[in-house]
Structures are given as C-alpha cells and as structure tokens.
Design a protein around this ligand. Structure first.
Ligand SMILES: Cc1cc2nc3c(=O)[nH]c(=O)nc-3n(C[C@H](O)[C@H](O)[C@H](O)COP(=O)(O)OP(=O)(O)OC[C@H]3O[C@@H](n4cnc5c(N)ncnc54)[C@H](O)[C@@H]3O)c2cc1C
Length: 393
C-alpha cells in the first residue's frame, strides 16, 4: 500500500471516530458556522469539540507548518483529507479571514515573530480577524484610501474611517491598509495589524436587506499601533494588499461549495418529490438544476486545477479574478434554484416552516457576492486585460 493510501485509511478512521454526528450534517445557514474568536458563542458542544479536535491535529490549516499550528501536510495529503471530509460529510471546522487571507500574507511577508504570534492563534480559532480595506471613497479604486498613519519612532498613530468591514463588531483584530505617505498613491500605503480593543477603535453595524448586519463602518481616532505590527516594509503595503486580494477572491469564488454541503438536486427532490423513474417532478427545474450541477462540478475541477498550479508556482495572478467572478455567479444561481425549489414556503421571512427565512435571507445575501472582494465589472476588466489580452480594458 502506498504512503498516500495508508494516510487515507488512517484519516478516514480518525474522522469517523472524531467527527461528531451533528458536524456531519450540512450547515443550516450563516448562524450555524463556526468563526471562532474571543467572543464567539458555540452553537453546540459538538461544534466546540470538532474545532478543538481538528485544531489539535493542525487540520484547520492542514498545509501550514506545524510550528505555526498547522498540520504540516503535503498538498497531496491535504487533498486526501479534503476528499475524505467530503465523503463523510464533515463540516469545515473553522471559517476564518485569518486562515483565508491574513495567514498566506504572514507566511509570505511576515517576520518570524509575527508568524509565531498570530498564526497559531488563527489556526486554533482563538482570534477572529476582519479586513480594513474599503473606505467611503476607496472601493474599486482601493489605492485612493485616505486613512492616515502618522509614523512615530516606536508606533503609528492611525486616524480615518473604513466601510463595509465584515464582522468588525465581532472581530478581535484587524488587518488594515493605511496611508503613510500622501505624495504617492500605491507607493504610500502600508499594511498594519492591530487589536480592535485598542483605544480609539469603534464600529457601527450596517443593516442590510436580509435583516442582518454582517458589516460595519469602522472608525479610528488616534489609534496607537506598535511599530512591530507593520507587515513588510513601510510604504510597501500595496503588493501585500494585492497578494491578499488574490487569496480573498479565490475564497469567495469557492465559498459556495463549502457552505452548501447539501446539493441543490437533493434539496429540490426532498421539497418537490420524484416521479416513478426517480426524476425530479418539476420538468423545468429539473433541467435548470442539471445544468447547474454540471457547471458546479466543472467549477470544482477548475478550482482544484488552479490550486495545484498555484502550489507549483505556475499560477497566473489574474485567474483569481475569473474564479471570483464565476464562483459568485454560480452561488447566485444556486440560491435562485433553492428559492424556486422551496415554493412559497421558501419566501416566508419569519416562521417555523422556513426556519425564520433561512433560504430567502441566504438568497438575498448572495446579491453581495458580485460586489465583495472586488466587483464583477472590475474582475471582468482584469480578465479581459490580463488573461485574454484584449485592448482598451
Ligand atoms: C457583502 C460585502 C462584504 C464586504 N466586506 C468587506 C470587508 O470585510 N472589508 C473591506 O475592506 N471591504 C469589504 N467590502 C467592500 C467591497 O470590497 C467594495 O464594496 C467593493 O470593492 C466595491 O467598492 P465600492 O462599494 O466603493 O463601489 P465602487 O468602487 O464605487 O463601484 C460602484 C460601481 O462602479 C463600478 N466600477 C467601479 N470602477 C469600475 C471600473 N474601473 N470599470 C468598470 N466598472 C467600475 C463597480 O463595478 C460598481 O458597479 C464588502 C462588500 C460587500 C458587498
């Protein structure tokens, strides 16, 4: 038996013994997801236990080095772990901007001290991070950001405002783009980390059409940030910001398949019933769902191929824009179909039948997929210019 087969067998056995049955059920919505952090309230003992067990093995971040709280797995082993988790229906134990966005940045640009301080706490789900990029006048044109950080001998003094900061009110730390030089646009930006409990940081939640407040306005008033919390060089934040965005875009593109563990076809079959041949009763939806599931499988294969290429250093930086665009469109289609399959019940906003509007609220949330992490129009511009080589984009 090859090493990888031995690893697969051992992994399957461990997952079978250690993943609580509740954590093998699909998540029921955003509130059922484990985000960790100082203030996180676990939804169940099973959720807490699953995070603890996976973190202990370093499997919340399987490919990170063990010294930083990771599992030290090779990419082949990590792929096997993912396949086995999928096969058993195991939930992802921890959702985290720290894992998806800041972690890769610290591995690439952080000092050893920064890695040792932050990565293990990210891996164990102890600290929840938010992203301080967008500002009222700097969204797509991110490099126009105006939040100032005055440079002092041993600290920075930060003043300004961020907007659309996802979960800022629930997060413990922020990774933040600040302006340390007003004479240059991209070249005047630095990348800082700081605790959201630092005096001078405040947040104001923004209420959305879904009835929830997943993001905030974030204000900084004379926030004192130690000099050692600068990542990379002073004025060297722009390439780091872009590196992080590529990871964010891949994450958003692939997010739908992680959250929606239950297939659209299976959900529709339970809601609408099957004909004697075992086919979905609704002919129109049947063809739409079939097309969706084929596209979804093709997208998953494309994601896997892209990840492999990136790990081999053969990736193209603009591919993350294509993945982000298509993944967002796919997720919007997924929730359109789930609403259509649920009939009138799925549109109920409050009440027992709909679980207080789980489906309709998630459907409304997907509208933001084509804006967050860079809008679809901007991603299509990047694809046109850098992948297709079209003029004038
Ligand atoms: C759900 C959600 C979560 C978010 N979370 C965070 C977060 O945690 N942290 C954070 O920092 N930000 C976050 N954002 C902000 C997000 O990154 C910005 O909304 C996005 O970059 C667009 O910026 P903007 O809103 O200022 O729109 P604008 O940049 O003003 O764009 C307005 C419109 O103009 C179009 N447009 C702009 N420039 C071009 C161009 N060159 N070519 C063609 N069309 C163009 C856009 O596509 C869009 O339709 C979040 C947004 C959403 C919706």
């Amino acid at each position: 038996m090859s090493d990888l087969e031995t690893f697969r067998k051992a992994t399957r056995a461990w997952l079978t013994d250690n993943c609580p049955p509740e954590m093998r059920e699909p998540v029921t919505g955003e509130d059922d997801i484990c985000w960790g952090g100082r203030r996180f309230q676990f939804q169940s003992e099973a959720q807490r236990l699953w995070l603890e067990r996976m973190a202990e093995r370093g499997w919340t971040v399987p490919t990170w080095p063990k010294a930083y709280g990771g599992g030290g797995l090779s990419k082949e082993e990590a792929a096997v772990l993912q396949q086995e988790m999928r096969a058993l229906g195991c939930r992802v134990p921890l959702f985290s901007f720290g894992i998806w966005m800041l972690g890769p940045v610290l591995l690439q640009y952080g000092t050893e001290e920064q890695r040792l301080e932050h990565l293990p706490r990210i891996a164990r789900g102890e600290i929840r991070w938010c992203q301080g990029y967008s500002e009222p006048n700097a969204g797509s044109d991110l490099a126009s950001l105006a939040t100032r950080a005055e440079v002092h001998e041993d600290h920075f003094l930060v003043n300004g405002q961020k907007i659309w900061t996802s979960y800022a009110d629930l997060s413990d730390w922020i990774f933040c783009l600040v302006r340390t030089d007003t004479t240059r646009k991209q070249g005047g930006i630095s990348f800082l980390l700081f605790d959201m409990e630092t005096p001078g940081v405040s947040t104001r939640p923004t209420r959305l059409i879904s009835g929830k407040s997943p993001f905030c306005e974030t204000f900084f008033e004379n926030v004192k940030v130690p000099r050692r919390n600068l990542v990379g060089e002073l004025q060297g934040g722009w390439p780091i910001a872009k590196y992080l965005l590529a990871h964010e875009r891949e994450m958003i593109g692939g997010f739908s398949s992680v959250v929606a563990a239950k297939s659209v076809g299976r959900t529709a079959a339970e809601a609408l019933g099957l004909d004697p041949q075992g086919r979905l009763l609704d002919l129109h939806l049947r063809s739409q769902i079939a097309r969706f599931e084929v596209d979804e499988a093709a997208f998953a294969a494309w994601m896997e191929m892209t990840t492999d290429r990136a790990r081999q250093g053969a990736g193209h930086p603009a591919v993350s824009s294509a993945l982000k665009f298509y993944g967002a469109e796919l997720n919007k289609r997924r929730w359109e179909l789930l609403v259509a399959s649920g009939g009138a019940d799925a549109l109920e906003w409050e009440g027992v039948r709909s679980g207080d509007g789980t489906v309709v609220r998630s459907w409304l949330r997907t509208k933001g997929n084509s804006i967050e992490g860079g809008t679809s129009e901007v991603q299509l511009n990047v694809v046109a210019k850098h992948l297709l080589g079209l003029p004038g984009a």
